[in-house]
Design a protein around this ligand. Structure first.
Ligand SMILES: [Zn+2]
Ligand SMILES: [Zn+2]
Length: 335
C-alpha cells in the first residue's frame, strides 16, 4: 500500500476532512505504525476547537494510538515489524533543557506533541519517534487499550499527585468529571483499596450509575457536599468553577489536582477555602516514567475500558459526542 488515510484539521473551528496521503517513510529514529485504534481525548477537542492555540496546521489529531510497527527508521533498536506499540501525547523532548535534566521531561521547553505539533493517530498510519513509543504486548483488545495512552497516563500522573495528600493518604478520593480518565483511574484506585466519590454534571444519572457500577462508594452532582470529607480530589472536567467546589470538599491538608490541559476561568473564592494547608496543583503532559508505571499497573488492576467505536471517517461524530457529554467511557476511532 502506498497511500494512507487521515482525518485532517485544516483550521481550528472547522470539521476534520478525510484525505489520502502518500504513505510516509520513517526517518532516522522513527517508527511507521499501522494504526489499529486511536482514542479520542478531550485534548483533541481543545485542538479542534482552537482552545490550544499553536497547532501545526494542517494537523492530524489523535494521541492515544495503538498500532503495529510497519516500518523502522535508521538507528532504531528494540522494535520489530508487526510488534504492537502505543504512542502517547508526549511525542519527543529535547533531553537537554533544565526540565529534561531534572526528570521533568513533561515540562520540556521544546516538546513535540502527538496530534498537536506532529501528526497523530486519526489515520490509518502514523510516524512516531521510537524513543517515545511503548511496547504493549499482546494482551487486551486494541480499542480497549487505546484510552490508556492518554486518559490512563495523564490520569495516572494526576492520581500520583493526589496520592501525595499529606493526610489520609488520599483514601477518600473525589473525581470531578466521570469520563474516560476517571473511569480508568477509579478502577486502579479501588483495586488499591481507595474509596471513590464521583462528581458529575447535575442530573447526569447515567454517569453517576456508571460510576457506582465501577465501585464508587458515592456519586452525585459537582455542587453536592460529599457525605465524608475528601483527602484529595482530581478535576478532569475542563470547568474552572469546579476548583472552589473541590477545595471546599477536601479536608485540611488535602489536595486538589487539575488534570486537564485547558480549563475555563476559575471564579474567585474566599481564601478560607485554600487555607489550612490545602494544596491546589495542576498536571501537565506525562513523562515516559509515568507511562512505564501505568502500563505495568493497569493490567494488574484489571482495568477494563468502556469504549464506543467509530470508523475513522466518523471522527467528527466522535468529537461531537465527547463535546456534548453523550459518551460513557471513551470514544475510539478504528481505521
Ligand atoms: Zn527539554
Ligand atoms: Zn489526551
Amino acid at each position: 500500500m502506498t497511500v494512507m488515510r487521515a482525518m485532517v484539521l485544516d483550521r481550528p473551528g472547522s470539521a476534520l476532512v478525510l484525505r489520502e496521503r502518500p504513505l510516509p517513510v520513517p526517518g532516522a529514529g522513527e517508527l511507521l505504525i499501522a494504526v489499529s485504534a486511536c482514542g479520542v481525548c478531550r485534548t483533541d477537542l481543545h485542538v479542534v476547537d482552537g482552545d490550544l492555540t499553536h497547532p501545526k496546521l494542517p494537523i492530524v489529531p489523535g494521541h492515544e494510538i495503538v498500532g503495529r510497527v510497519a516500518g523502522i527508521g535508521a538507528g532504531v533498536t528494540g522494535f520489530a515489524v508487526g510488534e504492537r506499540v502505543g504512542v502517547p501525547w508526549l511525542g519527543a523532548t529535547c533531553g537537554v533543557c533544565p526540565y529534561c535534566r531534572s526528570e521533568a521531561e513533561n515540562l520540556c521547553d521544546t516538546p513535540v506533541f502527538t496530534g498537536y505539533t506532529r501528526d497523530g493517530g486519526f489515520a490509518s498510519h502514523a510516524v512516531a519517534d521510537a524513543r517515545y513509543c511503548f511496547p504493549l504486548g499482546e494482551d487486551g483488545d486494541d480499542a480497549e487499550i487505546a484510552p490508556w495512552l492518554c486518559a490512563g497516563l495523564i490520569g495516572w500522573r494526576s492520581y500520583r499527585m493526589a496520592g501525595e495528600a499529606r493526610i489520609g493518604n488520599a483514601m477518600n478520593l473525589g473525581l470531578y468529571g466521570f469520563g474516560a480518565a476517571a473511569h480508568i483511574l477509579a478502577q486502579v484506585a479501588i483495586w488499591q483499596g481507595r474509596r471513590i466519590f464521583a462528581f458529575t454534571r447535575q442530573g447526569d444519572v447515567a454517569a453517576q450509575d456508571f460510576a457506582r457500577s465501577l465501585g464508587a462508594v458515592w456519586a452525585g452532582a459537582s455542587e453536592d457536599v460529599p457525605p465524608e470529607p475528601l483527602d484529595a480530589a482530581i478535576i478532569f472536567a475542563p470547568v474552572g468553577a469546579l476548583v472552589p467546589l473541590a477545595l471546599k470538599a477536601v479536608r485540611k491538608g488535602g489536595r486538589v489536582v487539575c488534570g486537564g490541559i485547558h480549563m475555563s476561568d476559575i471564579p474567585s473564592f474566599p481564601y478560607a477555602s485554600l487555607w489550612e494547608e490545602r494544596h491546589l496543583v495542576s498536571v501537565a503532559n506525562l513523562t515516559r516514567a509515568d507511562a512505564h508505571e501505568f502500563l505495568a499497573i493497569a493490567p494488574k488492576a484489571g482495568v477494563q475500558c468502556a469504549v464506543t467505536r467509530y470508523p475513522l471517517a466518523r471522527a467528527n461524530e466522535a468529537l461531537a459526542d465527547l463535546r456534548d457529554g453523550r459518551l460513557q467511557g471513551a470514544a475510539v476511532l478504528v481505521p
